[in-house]
Design a binder for this molecule. Structure first.
Ligand code: BG6
Length: 588
């Protein structure tokens, strides 16, 4: 996904555009660009790199003008080059566009427009929007008509902001987020409330198929069919302070340490809301739990515990696989969709599909104003505040904590999740983070292959731990169900392999220990994550003993997050904005 921002202000807008992009940089950071309007002339500056780098090399914040647009890119169509960076302009440069999403039919449109004499300067899908607007605007100099004709022609998911030389900003959204910000000094059109939260907490969320035209006199909203409409103004709950690093070097390590409190915050729910959520699950014929990335790993944990405690089948389905696996869905189905951002395209299309098949949609999100929260029948927030680090950390444990709270409530307390006790234990583990840093520096130089073994409720955590190592340190890491070792993965084991064994003293202990012996016999180095020392481990990361084995995921993942973070430091990887990734993928 990319981040887009447009501002019409009483002050010069370039410094604010740069600042807004910096706060939304987690959405994409391959290239950056601005366009501003000064004396009816649009100037564009854009280049490869992150916001700080491009702002430094091109002095973006010094650009002139009281109207402007900006963009950070996560490349999908066209390589990471200066000419593929946004904004993209039309032939006369009187219209400039920034866009998030994909124009799926851009090639035939490009061909059609080229035949009409339009000259294209990039390989992107986005540039067709600028030329389509130009084509229709030239017909009768009517911005409203031009944008309505343009959205009629483009297929796919999109949110874009177009700046016209007359000082208007015209924007539209279809399946990509776009929110208007209103302050005394400016109007904002942004991918995310973080784009303008420093200046105002007054937000107007555009619905799907909405168009908004902003100029210095005001904001007009209408639908793709041209019907005028109005959208309410919401006060955004988040505090800007939440998106500062404080004394931490990176957002990711800050967010790992925030888990001391965020796992508790996730369980603070309004009674009527969590009651409605649990009642819907209780009355469901069948339950499917879906998500992507770390949120899918939460889906696995929730499904395992739900099926075990409620004697009701919970089916975990990866959101990207949902469209191939939805035969069992009907009006008695409840789909629990889990997503930090609430904007992940695969999750949104899964809910759309399930809804069309009659299912009830329950969502667990971190962004309460997200598309998923607003389209679900009932939604619970995990209240962990903005998560900027691209690799999910506090949002994952927040989701798991809320799943515990829901299932504990429905099972009459069979998990025994005491948030104070767990928070206290996580706090103690975080206090020894330097021990994990030392372990990384001793064991990991020159290691390229990492394996994580676990059984039962520990299996989703070996998957999540492996994901953290891939995302943060760019290391090949694989989570393996320990019982599957002999059926193939054992062939990978040799003296170069490092194997984490998730092995607290619960009913999996003995079986997992024999797996440890099997890999040890092939020369692998073993790191035990357990509450019981054992000489088989070359190194051990101690975790507290938990009263109920179902609670181990929360204390097992924290040392793996820390390990991945310190490994990323050792590898000089970008801990917050890993290469090729984005905070949530809003394109399919
Ligand atoms: C990826 C993020 O883009 O999306 C992962 O890098 C995340 O960290 C995944 O787990 C799913 O995102 P979300 O917002 O739907 O939970």
């Amino acid at each position: 996904m990319c981040s887009i921002i447009g501002i019409i202000g009483k002050n010069l807008v370039a410094p604010e555009l740069v600042d807004s992009l910096r706060r939304m940089e987690y959405r994409g950071y391959d290239s950056v660009g601005l366009a501003t309007l000064s004396i009816n002339k649009i100037s564009v500056r854009k280049g490869i790199g992150n916001v700080s780098q491009v702002n430094k090399s091109l002095s973006l914040a010094e650009m002139e003008g009281f109207v402007g647009i900006g963009h950070t890119r996560w490349a999908t169509h066209g390589g990471v080059t200066d000419y593929n960076a946004h904004p993209h302009s039309c032939c006369t440069n009187d219209i400039a566009v920034v866009h998030n999403g994909i124009v799926e039919n851009y090639l035939p449109l490009k061909d059609e427009l080229s035949k009409k004499g339009h000259r294209f300067k990039s390989e992107t899908d986005t540039e067709v929007i600028a030329h389509l607007l130009e084509e229709h605007y030239n017909a009768n100099k009517d911005i409203k008509a031009a944008i309505i004709e343009t959205v009629k022609r483009i297929e796919g998911s999109f949110a874009f902001v177009a700046m016209f030389a007359n000082g208007s900003l015209a924007c539209a959204r279809l399946d990509e987020p776009l929110v208007i910000g209103i302050s005394d000094n400016a109007f904002y059109a942004s991918s995310d409330v973080l784009g303008f939260l420093k200046y105002t907490d007054q937000a107007m969320f555009l619905d799907n198929r909405d168009i908004a035209i902003l100029d210095k006199h005001g904001i007009n909203i209408f639908t793709f069919d041209g019907d005028s409409t109005a959208r309410g103004v919401t006060k955004v709950a988040w505090e800007l302070a939440d998106v500062n690093k404080g004394e931490f070097a990176h957002y990711t390590i800050k967010e790992i340490f925030e888990q001391r409190t965020s796992i508790k915050a996730a369980t603070y729910q309004e009674e009527y809301k969590i009651k409605a959520f649990c009642d819907a699950i209780a009355s469901a014929g069948n339950i499917i739990v879906t998500g992507s990335g770390s949120s899918y790993h939460t889906s696995l944990i929730m499904s395992m515990i739900g099926s075990r405690l409620l004697k009701k089948r919970f089916d975990p389905v990866m959101a990207s696989e949902f469209k191939y696996n939805n035969d069992s869905i009907d009006k008695d189905t409840v789909l629990i969709a889990i997503s930090q951002s609430g904007e992940t395209a695969d999750v949104l299309s899964a809910t759309k599909l399930a809804k069309a098949l009659g299912a009830k949609i329950l969502s667990i999100v971190n962004v309460p104003t997200s598309s998923l929260a607003r389209t679900a029948d009932a939604s619970l927030g995990i209240n962990c505040g903005p998560e900027i680090g691209v690799a999910a950390t506090k949002s994952f444990t927040g989701q798991v904590s809320l799943a515990y709270a829901i299932l504990d409530r429905m099972s009459g307390g069979k998990i025994g999740f005491d948030r104070e006790v767990v928070s206290d234990r996580i706090t103690k583990m975080l206090a020894d983070s330097t021990g994990i840093e030392r372990l990384v520096n001793i064991t990991m130089p020159k290691v390229n292959d990492i394996y994580l073994l676990g059984r039962s409720i520990h299996f989703p955590i070996v998957l999540e731990g492996a994901l953290k190592m891939k995302e943060l340190a760019y290391v090949h890491a694989e989570g393996i169900a320990a019982g599957e070792l002999k059926h193939g993965p054992l062939a990978l084991m040799d003296k170069n392999a490092v194997v984490f064994v998730l092995n607290p003293d619960d009913k999996t202990y003995g079986d997992t220990l024999s797996s440890a012996y099997e890999v040890k016999a092939r020369g692998a180095k073993i790191i035990g994550i357990s509450n019981v020392p054992n000489e088989i481990y070359d190194a051990m990361i101690p975790i507290p003993r938990m009263e109920n084995e179902l609670l181990y995921p929360l204390v097992e993942i924290v040392p793996l997050q820390l390990f991945s973070y310190y490994l990323a430091l050792q590898h000089n990887a970008d801990q917050d904005f890993p290469r090729n990734l984005a905070k949530s993928v809003t394109v399919r």
